[in-house]
Design a protein. Structure first.
Length: 256
């Protein structure tokens, strides 16, 4: 494997060898050496690891196991990573991280547009990959507790759009919108600060919590996906507005 000695050096310097189970992760790549190396690194950190070597197998494993996060290559046989991510995003609300040698902005944007939460380029630093995995899982854990800490209300309504903070659900006329955890966190952030304008950088910092590791293009893609999902039910209302040159804000006042 390319740069394997570099990976092994970093692995020895960053892995702590914890014994507790910290979450279940699916690693998908068609290169056996990469899968084995990431699997060993994650298991040394205390994670349960499942593996797959092509797109069809990835879908099967993801549907058979309860997972907390997926690390996904793009160039896969039997369905590429973009297709796998798009299909899984319709079923799973967990972080999906692309790990790929495809380095163009177009590839990154496509990755975010099909539902990825992060994009790591090969050759990669194991230290950085582990940091991103932990950061995403930490954000998921914090997101589950955030509503109870930040406000007393459990529901807010905007016409026929309702938000249940405890259940982490958004519904329109009673129908559940298929928001991912990150998308729900973005909506929650906006409705809890309805008059505030957020830049892409501040949104990334609040939701992902690791601005030095990421790319704010993912904020733009997440906002687009949220708007599309809202528009499927209510095409005439703009819930998230753009303040040109500044950022985004929540446009609608709550119903009485």
């Amino acid at each position: 494997m390319a740069n394997e000695s570099m990976y092994l050096e970093e692995r020895q310097s960053v892995l702590a060898g914890e014994n507790e189970i910290r979450g279940a992760i699916l690693v998908v790549d068609d290169e056996d050496d990469i899968v084995k190396f990431i699997q060993e690194a994650l298991e040394d950190e205390g994670y349960t690891v499942h593996v797959a070597f092509d797109g069809a197998q990835a879908l099967q494993v993801a549907r058979e196991h309860t997972l907390d996060l997926i690390i996904l290559d793009i160039m896969l046989p039997r369905r590429n990573g973009f297709t796998v991510c798009r299909e899984l995003r319709e079923e799973l609300d967990i972080p999906i991280l692309f790990l790929s040698s495809k380095q163009s902005d177009a590839d990154k944007i496509q990755g975010f547009s099909v539902g990825a939460d992060d994009y790591v380029m090969k050759p990669f630093s194991m230290r950085e990959l582990l940091a991103r995995v932990e950061a995403h899982l930490r954000r998921e854990r914090r997101g589950q507790r955030r509503a109870d800490k930040e406000h007393n209300e459990t529901h807010l309504s905007y016409g026929q759009l309702s938000i249940d903070f405890r259940a982490h659900e958004v519904r329109y006329a009673g129908e559940l919108l298929a928001l991912t955890p990150k998308e729900f966190e973005i909506v929650e952030m906006f409705v809890l600060h309805p008059r505030q304008v957020f830049s892409r950088e501040s949104i990334y910092d609040r939701i992902w919590g690791m601005d030095s590791l990421g790319d704010t293009k993912t904020v733009t893609e997440h906002i687009k996906r949220i708007r599309r999902k809202f528009a499927q039910y209510d095409p005439r209302t703009e819930y998230i507005g753009t303040v040109w040159g500044v950022g985004y804000k929540w446009e609608i006042g709550p119903s009485v």
